[in-house]
Structures are given as C-alpha cells and as structure tokens.
Design a binder for this molecule. Structure first.
Ligand code: PEP
Length: 257
C-alpha cells in the first residue's frame, strides 16, 4: 500500500520566528487528520526551532538539501547526521532550483541519496524536465537519465526507501500546472523506468509525488489519479490554510494499493 505524502518545501522563506508561527498553525490545523504522511521542509536556520514545534505531532521534519559526506572540511554544508540529530526524517534531494542555480548533478543526487539513507533520512528525490525539453519531445528521456543517475548502484531495499517527486521545471512557481493526465503519464513512465532499472515490485511500492504549482483548487484532480501518491508543494505550503486544504484533499483521495 502506498500512503500518500504531502510535503511542503518552504524554500528560502521564513525566519526562525516566522517559521515557528507557521509550524504551530500547521500542527494545530492537521494534528487530527488521518491518512497522508505530512512533512514540512523549512530552511536550515529554522529546522531546529520547527523540529521542536512538530515534535510529538504527526508532522515530519525535512531538510531541503544535505551534503554527501558524514563530516569534513566542506564550508557551508550540512550532513545527514546533523539533520538527524535535530529531528529531521526527510531530505529533499535534486530539486530543480538546486540543479539550475547550484550545479546539482545526477551524480550528486546519487551520493546525497546514499548519505541520506545511511543517516536514516528518507530522500525525496526530484526529477523533471524543462519546457524546452518537453517541447522538443524529450521529457521522458530526460527524466529517465535523471533516474538512472540517481539510482545508480542502489540496491532494491534502498530504492524502496526513496520517495520520488516529479516536478516539471516549467510548472514550478509559475502558476502553470501539468494537467492531471500529463502528470499521470509521467508518473507511469517513472514507475516503468524504476521497474526497468530495479524491479517491478520496488517500482510498484515507491511513492511518486507531483510538484508544480499545486494549490487547493487543483489538488483533488491531481491527487485522485491513481499514479499520483501525493504532492511536493512550494508556494502553497507557506500558508496554513492552503497547506491544510491540500492535505485534506489527499485524505479524501485515499491510499493506493
Ligand atoms: C517546489 O518548490 O517544489 C514547488 C513545486 O513549488 P511551487 O508549488 O511553488 O510550484
């Protein structure tokens, strides 16, 4: 059974004091919600403070990135052990903004995924094509290459522990959403590719989230598609009401078997 995941990527928004207020609102709004796994991913500086707010609630804590080494002379970086120690249980890896602005590569995504798993964090591995790639008919091939790089050398037991997020770059922060059919087609392609690279059982069990301008108004039509196992949400995760409304939509659309 695939339990849906609703994860908020707060990006570079919210000071620690603002983040505490948002997290308190989310805990209050969603602590009695059954069903979806809920995650918030504040910036590094707010992780510890938000960790204290969500401790003991059903809201999980995630980081937006991590370094692949356990420790070392890597100025400005943060390791899986450091994140684990302050209560993190998830880490977003390979977000398109990191690929686009900070030189994240598929090889880096692979190393970071291994580090996250070794540190007992659940990686949320992001893949997705640009508009130019989609218009050139290369979307499937691009995502396939990203998956091949991300999963290189991982054992099926490791891949089972990953969450994937399909985030078409042209839909992130633009207000443009992939149609439910476009998203579902790509999710099916991702699952097929994982089956080819790993095995069918692993592919059937992993959760694949959709991300790209998900809002309360479009959440239900996306989440009710059987291939879509939840959402990674940017802008709409910065307000209690919109994040809570999307989480409730996931509860109503049920689990996948
Ligand atoms: C994201 O940051 O992963 C994202 C999907 O952003 P938005 O929801 O704002 O498009």
């Amino acid at each position: 059974m695939r339990i849906p995941v609703i994860a908020g990527n707060w990006k570079m928004y919210k000071t620690p004091s603002e983040a505490i207020i948002l997290a308190e609102g989310i805990v209050k709004a969603l602590s009695s919600l059954d069903g979806p796994e809920l995650v918030v991913c504040p910036p590094f500086t707010a992780l510890a403070a938000v960790g204290q707010v969500v401790a003991g609630s059903r809201i999980g804590l995630g980081a937006q990135d991590l370094h692949w080494a356990r420790e070392g002379a890597y100025t400005g970086e943060v390791s899986a052990d450091m994140l684990q120690d302050i209560g993190c249980r998830y880490a977003i890896i390979g977000h398109s903004e990191r690929r686009q602005y900070f030189g994240e590569t598929d090889e880096g995504v692979n190393k970071k995924s291994r580090a996250a798993l070794a540190g007992d964090l659940t990686p949320i591995v992001c893949v997705g094509e640009t508009l130019t790639e989609r218009e050139a008919g290369r979307a499937d091939a691009v995502v396939e290459i990203q998956l091949k790089g991300a999963l290189s050398g991982l054992a099926p037991e490791q891949v089972q522990r990953l969450i994937f997020a399909y985030e078409p770059v042209w839909a992130i922060g633009t207000g443009k959403t992939a149609t439910p059919s476009q998203a579902e087609e790509m999710h099916a392609h991702i699952r097929k590719t994982i089956a080819m690279l790993v095995d069918a059982e692993t592919a059937c069990g992993v959760r694949i989230l959709y991300g790209g301008s998900v809002k309360p108004e479009n959440a239900t039509e996306l989440l009710e598609r059987s291939e879509i196992d939840g959402a990674l949400i940017g802008g709409a995760s910065l307000q209690v009401d919109s994040f809570a409304a999307i989480a409730k939509a996931a509860q109503n659309t049920g689990f996948r078997v």
